[in-house]
Design a protein around this ligand. Sequence first.
Ligand SMILES: *Cc1c(COP(=O)(O)O)cnc(C)c1O
Length: 334
Amino acid sequence: MSYDRVRAVDDEVAEALTGERERQNDTLAMIASENHVSEAVLEAQGSELTNKYAEGYPGERYYGGCEYADEVETLAIERATELWGAEHVNVQPHSGSSANMGVYFSVLEPGDKILSLDLTHGGHLSHGHDVNFAGKLYDVTHYEIDPETGRLDYEALARKAEKTQPDIIVSGFSAYPRQVDWEAIQEAADAVGAYHMADIAHITGLVAAGEHPSPVGIADFVTGSTHKTIRAGRGGIIMCDEEYADAVDTAVFPGAQGGPLMHNIAGKAVGFGEALEPEFKEYAAQVVTNADVLGETLQEHGFSLVSGGTDTHLVLATSATPTRTSRGATPRRP
Ligand SMILES: *Cc1c(COP(=O)(O)O)cnc(C)c1O
């Protein structure tokens, strides 16, 4: 893609797009929530499906001419089912936050209680931060990371659940470098009759590749973004048991969204297809290995890591004590 057709009508945007491509190619930006999609995903996302209204679901749309939209969405669903093994998949959420909204709208009423990890401990805005719709609509309390170990304290979480009697416990995190014990959180939810939503936005790709234990089949709902470790382009996804399928689908459309972003769903279909190839498993394993080596090396250079290391694609480095490196340079703050 050369942006020639954009340039022909709009120099300024073409310049910015070209600049962004160069920036992405020439900069080392290790943002854990970002990834680079393939040219195939890019092409699908740039397709004519952006023109198509397809409110509804495959086979039951409110618009004519949806035969190809149906095909694309069905492929995305089938491939997601193969990747993560859920009974039911909804690929329409516009983003990870919209996926979480879809789950909340499917089983909660305004004023219901959410128990989730504090944002400053690694949670996400959509888990009920004050400035977010979830914080405004629901009654939110938080569990925390053990300050000694930098890890989740599952017993403290269970005690908090006992005390606050939430309607839903939210697990899955934005800034947590360790494997999550989904079963321990499910037990805490079962003990108080709460739903459990596992938001695997960051680790979708690692879970799909078997590099991180899967909450599918354990938690009632699993949500994710599709642009992080799974690298299938910007968007969201919800997975759940068949018993919640109708509630989730209705909550997403017409509950929270209008027409699905069919061009992005095409990107998801292509990206999920790529992730089903054996190379993706190698890629995901390599991502974890690289993060581990990065963490080790940072520690050798005086940084301290929350929890002392990583099991995933992300490293949480807190501080650097200025020490001389082998080349005599002083490490900079991250
Ligand atoms: C990234 C992320 C999301 C999704 O965010 P969007 O920007 O709305 O796609 C949701 N939950 C968690 C835990 C995340 O890290």
